[in-house]
Design a protein around this ligand. Structure first.
Ligand code: HEC
Length: 133
């Protein structure tokens, strides 16, 4: 009977840990080390951002003619982010084109989100990211 109890305990602990890991994976789609090194996907997101978004939203998303996306991503959901990127947005600030015809942007939207989420969470600041080795 003792063995069974231990087994039950071990399973519950494992379940808890797995749960915690999956929650973390959902909340943090990025890994930042040394303050400026990004995991490969988020780094790809930064490069896409620099190519397609930075001219309006600032080099690191801090805002220019387009709003500060580090702030925005603390407000809008991931679904809203994808929706705006796909369909564009015209509002009180100005207007942004739809990106649905841009395969690179649409295919890289998860990576774009990861980089901007790292900015929104303050995990990486207004600094030039490097790719972690
Ligand atoms: C031509 C300039 C321009 C470019 C390029 C651009 N944006 Fe925008 N974007 C804007 C403007 C202006 C707004 C604000 C629209 C409004 O609400 O008035 C905006 C809004 C947004 C929003 C909504 C923010 C919020 O708080 O609701 C997101 C998300 C966004 N842009 C992401 C991107 C991404 C990702 C890219 C690159 C793929 C990009 N933008 C490229 C001009 C641009």
């Amino acid at each position: 009977m003792k063995l069974n109890k231990n087994l039950v305990l071990a399973i519950s602990v494992t379940t808890l840990i797995m749960g915690a890991i999956s929650v973390q994976a959902q909340e943090q789609p990025y890994v930042v080390t040394d303050g400026n090194k990004l995991d490969a996907d988020s780094y790809k997101g930064f490069k896409l951002f620099r190519n397609w978004c930075a001219r309006c939203h600032g080099t690191y998303g801090q805002g220019m003619v387009g709003p500060n996306l580090a702030d925005s991503l603390n407000v809008i959901s991931k679904e809203e982010f994808f929706d705006v990127v796909e369909h564009g947005k015209s509002g009180s600030i100005g207007s942004m084109p739809a990106w649905k015809a841009n395969i690179k942007v649409i295919e890289g939207r998860e990576q774009l989100y990861s980089y901007l989420k790292a900015r929104a969470d303050g995990a990486i600041g207004v600094v030039k990211p490097k790719k972690a080795k």
